[in-house]
Design a protein around this ligand. Structure first.
Ligand code: ATP
Length: 242
């Protein structure tokens, strides 16, 4: 196995009487998709922010030298009183050409001149993803990237995320509540409830007693390996390979 992009050892955070994170150790490698699942308030966003260096935390975090990270936060509400087009927003974070290319890659090149505050939830999710990939990150950190995306768009966006992993050969760490869609695309699931309850390949985690205690029996999840006879365009339309 190659050297991890990022390694965390013994991360712990206590706020007042609440233990938010307790002795979390985790490593993410290039080319893998790691999904953190867990109930509301279980510390998922806090863990991501700690790994990004946005909050101080007890423990050790080692990032590969020069590591480039792209981040899609859980919540981002553009200020409606602040005029800002999509392309000017992207220009703030990447060069113009890189921003345009990223916008095209996430399938909404036509949103280039629109006002950020007028975008739908799903369009905004794609713009934030474009911002995160524009600088060609080694590690993509996505905190519930599907919020605001409708059910048909969810699968398309997960296909896109998996494709980006291959194109950028980056590692991906994501938080999601959508077990059904997430599990099929994930290499490793980390089940978090302030501490790591269990982790491993999706089919193994889904049978772990700690997972069953948190989420119940999810035998409805399609965790068997299967092959699609079609691909998806960025807009979600099926493309059949005849
Ligand atoms: N700076 C802080 N001070 C005190 N409590 C905090 C702080 N940051 C987070 N918490 C608390 O820690 C807990 C975990 O928060 P976090 O946002 O990490 O959970 P989460 O698993 O991402 O939740 P959700 O699924 O609802 O998004 C929550 O109870 C939150 O209120």
């Amino acid at each position: 196995m190659t050297e991890p992009l990022i390694t965390a050892r013994g991360l712990s955070l206590v706020a007042g009487r609440l233990t938010i994170l307790n002795d979390i150790s985790l490593a993410i490698h290039r080319g893998e998709i790691v999904t953190v699942i867990g109930p509301n308030g279980s510390g998922k966003t806090t863990l991501l922010k700690a790994l990004l260096g946005l909050i101080r935390i007890k423990g050790e975090i080692v990032r590969r030298p020069g590591l480039r990270i792209g981040y899609v936060p859980q919540q981002y509400a553009p200020d409606p009183s602040l005029p800002m087009t999509v392309h000017r927003f992207l220009d703030l974070f990447a060069g113009h050409a890189a921003g345009c290319a990223a916008l095209e890659r996430v399938g909404i090149a036509d949103a280039h001149d629109r006002q950020l505050a007028t975008l739908s939830g799903g369009e905004l999710a794609r713009v934030l993803l474009a911002r995160a990939i524009a600088a060609k990150p080694d590690l993509l950190v996505l905190d519930e990237p599907l919020s605001g995306v409708d059910i048909s768009g969810e699968a398309a966006l997960y296909h896109l995320i998996a494709d980006l992993r291959d194109e950028l050969s980056c590692g991906i760490l994501l938080v999601s509540h959508d077990l059904h869609v997430v599990m099929g695309k994930t290499d490793r699931v980390v089940c978090l409830n302030h501490h790591i309850c269990c982790q491993g390949a999706p089919h193994a985690v889904a049978q772990d007693p700690a997972f069953l205690e948190l989420f119940g029996d999810r035998s409805d999840l399609k965790l068997y390996p299967h092959h699609h006879d079609h691909a998806h365009s960025p807009s979600g339309a099926a493309i059949h390979d005849h």
